[in-house]
Design a protein around this ligand. Structure first.
Ligand code: MF3
Ligand code: CO
Length: 249
């Protein structure tokens, strides 16, 4: 399957589902405080999906066991929530969630502070959000995937951080992961051409130290090799003629 263009009706559905996911992740972010576990975030995620009467997008995807991915500090992406993992003051926590609304898939992630955090951690969060936004700003008709990738990479690297290379953003909508792959690094003007109506999950995955990550024995959790912090921000967007529209806000 190549890159798909969604029609107006499908994009309207994704707008409604995206608003729900934006609200859900915002509420999850608000519950973050020292003393709760990453499993508490998973429980709340399950409850919110039920409240909105929508289905989880991640549960059982390639065998993934939860509806959310939650990762602390040096956990990069796809952290599996656990009762034994307690949030402490000064940690940063990444929350990644997906849902299915009327058959359409949405994907969204944020990184939030636990109480008061170091200025280095705050900078990592801000730069990673900025990198995602710089990528999103490139997602318009006539640009290419490489324009998005390049914007994410330069924003992160100019701040002295590095981007993860083994994981990518992606098309989204009929499934969690569709073409194209959208790396966090790349050259302007390269890769697939963007067209109005493409729906993309643009992800900035940024490490405070080196780019290398390790996948743990659970087959999902990834950690930075050097033990330094990692952050992620991700929005589902629709490519427009002049600019993109964020759906998961
Ligand atoms: N947002 C994550 C990603 O695009 C979610 C993947 S689905 C999961 O990689 F099953 F791995 F959680
Ligand atoms: Co994603």
């Amino acid at each position: 399957m190549g890159i798909t263009i969604k029609n107006k009706k499908e994009i309207d559905l994704m707008r409604v589902g995206g608003k729900m996911l934006g609200d859900i992740v915002e509420e999850l972010g608000r519950m973050v405080k020292a003393g709760i576990s990453s499993w508490d975030i998973e429980k709340k995620s399950q409850a919110l999906l039920q409240h909105y009467k929508v289905k989880p997008a991640f549960l059982n995807y390639l065998g993934y066991p939860c509806v959310s991915c939650v990762g602390l500090n040096d956990t990069a992406v796809h952290g599996i929530p656990s009762k034994d993992e307690i949030l402490n003051e000064g940690d940063i926590v990444s929350i990644d969630m997906g849902l299915i609304y009327q058959g359409m898939y949405l994907d969204h992630a944020v990184t939030v502070p636990v109480g008061k955090i170091s200025s280095e951690s705050a900078k990592l969060i801000n730069v990673t959000r900025d990198a995602m936004k710089a990528g999103i700003n490139q997602a318009k008709e006539g640009n290419t995937v490489g324009d998005i990738s390049h914007a994410i990479q330069t924003t992160a690297e100019l701040a002295g951080f590095s981007v993860i290379r083994q994981m990518v953003g992606h098309g989204v909508g009929y499934q969690v992961h569709e073409p194209p792959q959208i790396p966090c690094f790349g050259e302007k003007g390269t890769g697939e051409m963007l067209e109005e109506g493409m729906t993309l999950a643009i992800e900035a995955m940024v490490n405070a130290g080196g780019a290398e990550i390790l996948i743990l024995e659970d087959g999902w959790t990834t950690k930075t090799q050097d033990g330094k912090n990692s952050a992620i921000f991700e929005h589902t967007i629709v490519v427009g003629e002049k600019k993109s529209e964020i759906l998961t806000e």
